[in-house]
Write a protein that binds this ligand. Sequence first.
Ligand SMILES: [Zn+2]
Length: 236
Amino acid sequence: MFIGHFGIAFGLKRWAPRASLGELIAATTWADILWTVFLLLGWEHAAVSVGDTKWTPLSLYDYPWSHSLLLLAIWAFVLATFYKTWRNDWAGALAIAFGVISHWILDWITHRADMPLVPYGRKFGLGLWNSIPATLVTEFAIFFAGVALYAWSTRPRDRWGRWGFCIYAALLIALFVGDRFSTPPEDINGIAWTGLIASIVLIGWAWWFDRHRTSGELPLMSELTTRDRNLEEEFE
Ligand SMILES: [Zn+2]
């Protein structure tokens, strides 16, 4: 899955307003970030094999460390504990843990049976990628639900908060569709480097525009002044 992971992160902001969207995206895409690093280190392996499923030309035959449920559960615990100690925010810590685990569930729905429960153990997958229409519908449904929740529970403070968010969402859709309908890449190292750099840019960008939006619990400056003005009028 691709933009579905971003959809979950956007949606989690509704329940974890103090966590940055960048942190939530790092959590929901944590498995794929590890995967790009482990591919480059040669600890995990993948191959380009056009037609592996209808959606992807990648055969994901060996990723016991980045994509097993057991290791992701351990990462969820470690990252959530780290976040809780650092930020003292329970809701954010729970959202981080949920985000890391949700990656396995979404990939289990989309991948063919290549998702291990434990490293080198039995593998599972429902194979949504065998149908292009079903993949598009599912990914877009999760993505737009998450983006809508985010748009309802946060508000732009300025034009960076508004347009940074809009352009980001549009870019993700373009990358998602473009990825499927472009010529399949040839070399796994290239895929890993592109994936890693894209992750850093997309997390940084989300962190940045999220700082230019406010999360419901804090009133906007403009509202504060109107309210104060009303109070003053009442007083007079
Ligand atoms: Zn994945």
